[in-house]
Ligand binder design. Sequence first.
Ligand code: ATP
Length: 244
Amino acid sequence: MSEPLLKVSAASVAYGKVEAVRSVSLDVGAGEIVTIIGANGAGKTTLLNAIMGILPLKGGVTFDGQPISRLEIEDRVAMGLSIVPEHRELFGTMTVEENLQLGAFRAPRAEASTALERVNALFPRLKERRTQLAGTLSGGEQQMLAMGRALMGQPKLLMLDEPSLGLAPLIVADIFRIIGELRQAGVAVLLVEQNARAALAIADRAYVMELGDFILNGSAKEIADDKRVAASYLGFQHEGSSAL
Ligand code: ATP
């Protein structure tokens, strides 16, 4: 097998003396959707932020074949790594289009306009609302805008932190459909989700995180079929019943 796009080896992240992520290893191949599922406080956000360089990490991280642990965030972005944070972090008093343009502020003008066309094709809603202030968008539209802004940098790997958080089921379905389209466009996705059912339905592979550690990993199907996962994360009351 060729070298994965992202390779995390024995990575630990601590807040002071508290180790929130304990020696985890993970990889994501080019164009693959990999999900990390787990309860609140398991360490998922901490791990994504550390891969992005927002938090310091002990251990190895390579991206596109190069070690990145010592790189600044902006250098990681330039290599094709991007994150959509849990709280979206949009500029509410700027328009949709201005927010998008911020995602490509380092790119040459022609490249930025190609990226904008792609984002508009993926999210027609954003195109319709391009002159609207970001702060006046619905929660689902804000999530689309946060994803669109990250995609403006034309990443090879997009890390999504809880994209479904606080959104109505119909909008969640829309967001997950778009995540599937990203794979078709060749963008790899590392998806952190509490909505394990939706995440496992779309992912190629999955890791299950508990108390800072991966307790299981495998194909998304294997993980979805695991009895412990079904009981803890998929809301099954008994085998064969379907919750949600
Ligand atoms: P959530 O879905 O709630 O974000 P998570 O799996 O992403 O959960 P993290 O947010 O990464 O989990 O939290 C992992 C652990 O680190 C938790 O015990 C949390 O309390 C702790 N933690 C998170 N942020 C900080 C911080 N800034 N300072 C100290 N401890 C923190």
